[in-house]
Design a protein around this ligand. Structure first.
Ligand SMILES: NC(=O)c1ccc[n+]([C@@H]2O[C@H](COP(=O)([O-])OP(=O)(O)OC[C@H]3O[C@@H](n4cnc5c(N)ncnc54)[C@H](O)[C@@H]3O)[C@@H](O)[C@H]2O)c1
Ligand SMILES: [Zn+2]
Ligand SMILES: [Zn+2]
Length: 394
């Protein structure tokens, strides 16, 4: 089959690779009909995450049609059309029983993501996301093996198109969990840092839950304009406004917003000094977006962090966070916990995640897609890839 494979920093290619086969009783084989490129894939593409091997298949946002099922699969059958969550979870361990699926302690036999805590059990395996997260081949491919099929796949009604439901795999539950963690409700004020797909999904969900004001910070005007037009956010371009947090405080009676969402993560554009320190690995993550989120949040408010972080940050204003009495919520999304309710919201028209799609490419053009998404070319917001030459059904 054809699949998008990793060969080093900024080098991904669509190669011929062996077809996947069923290996465990709860595995299914999926024929992929649509897959997407995630901001998390860009961390891999830029060579910023250890644990990838030459030829690894990437991709963790995908859906398709069930082709074959293992003997223990009860939840789906051949022919079902399903969306797959990016988190692989068993459904029955200590964490899964608490709906903390991304903490599933049985699916990742790799080393785990916390490198300096060797006694701590790793969290869940993820599709196509390095050998730290289980080394499971991803779904930017014609076919993919999906483990733990009694816990992951969500069956999709025929009335909904691939583009409407594909983002249930990751960015929609991620944006939703971010606003739930941020305790956004009717009348809330919220600042979202990052106008990428995750920030946009957070804005959509914040609107849906009744937020009164949403500030959004980025430096790509085309992304900010889309968010202002579609979700009514108040855009702030950090290339033009020196200190966005200060502007947000001034706009909220000098208190700050009820909650901030950091939808940027560890590659946040910050000072030159911080960029040099992270490049030399003297700093684990750029703290720029997190510092801004802390600064923009009112006393007693919440800082919610869906953006991915790794290692340590020196410039972390823990004293400010303590003085303000902030709460912090963060982590990989417990996708399975949110998918059914979000599918209903899509079905009844409350959410239209497909609006953010800017490009639809054949899987064969995936390398160009990565470059375009990375460099923010051609107004790129979100790319859907379709395997084979089949365009997406309307
Ligand atoms: N928690 C999870 O389970 C989960 C799931 C999906 C994605 N993510 C993470 O969410 C983050 C965003 O993903 P995405 O798909 O939207 O990626 P993206 O790269 O398309 O978007 C990031 C945006 O942040 C902006 N940005 C950069 N520096 C900034 C700064 N200092 N202040 C404000 N904005 C800044 C960029 O211009 C860009 O538009 C990534 O770190 C990704 O890995 C986490
Ligand atoms: Zn993702
Ligand atoms: Zn589990």
């Amino acid at each position: 089959m054809r699949a998008l494979t990793y060969h080093g920093s900024h080098d991904v290619r669509v190669d011929n690779v062996p077809d996947p086969v069923l290996r465990h009783g709860q595995d299914i084989l999926l024929r992929v009909t649509a897959t997407a490129i995630c901001g998390s894939d860009l961390h891999l593409y830029r060579g910023k995450v250890p644990g990838l091997k030459d030829g690894d298949i990437l991709g963790h946002e995908f859906m398709g049609v069930v082709e074959e099922v293992g003997p223990d699969v009860t939840r789906v059958k051949p022919g079902d059309r399903v969306v797959i969550p990016f988190v692989i979870a068993c459904g029955s361990c200590f964490f899964c029983e608490r709906d903390l699926f991304s903490a599933c302690e049985t699916t990742n036999d790799g080393r785990g993501a916390i490198l300096n805590k060797k006694s701590l059990r790793p969290g869940a395996a993820l599709f196509g996301y390095t050998h730290l997260y289980g080394g499971v081949p991803g779904g930017q491919a014609e076919y993919v093996r999906v483990p733990m099929a009694n816990t992951g796949p969500l069956v999709i009604p025929d009335a909904l198109t691939d583009a409407q439901v594909l983002f249930l795999s990751d960015i929609l539950p991620t944006g939703y969990q971010a606003v739930v963690n941020a305790q956004v409700g009717p009348g809330s004020t919220v600042a979202i840092f990052g106008a990428g797909p995750v920030g946009l999904m957070a804005a959509a969900c914040a609107r849906m839950l009744g937020a009164a004001r949403i500030f959004m910070v980025d430096h790509h005007d085309y992304r900010l304009k889309f968010a202002a037009d579609t979700y009514g956010v108040e855009p702030i371009n950090f290339d033009k406004v020196d200190d966005p947090a200060e502007a947000i405080i001034e706009a909220t009676q000098f208190r700050g917003v009820d909650a901030s969402i950091d939808a940027v993560g560890f590659e946040a554009k910050g000072s030159t000094v911080e960029t040099v320190l992270t490049t030399l690995k003297l700093e684990g993550s750029s703290g720029e977006a997190l510092r801004q989120a802390i600064a923009a949040t009112r006393r007693g408010g919440v800082v919610s962090v869906p953006g991915v972080y790794a290692g340590f940050i020196h410039g972390f204003l823990f004293g400010d966070a303590f003085d303000k009495g902030l709460q912090f919520r963060m982590g990989q999304t417990h996708a399975q916990a949110h998918m059914p309710a979000l599918l209903e919201r899509i079905g009844n028209g409350e959410l239209k995640p497909e609006l953010i799609v800017s490009h639809q490419l054949a899987l064969g053009d995936a390398a160009r897609g990565y470059e375009m998404f990375d460099k923010k070319q051609d107004g790129c917001r979100k790319i859907i890839l379709t395997p084979g030459s089949n365009p997406l059904p309307a």
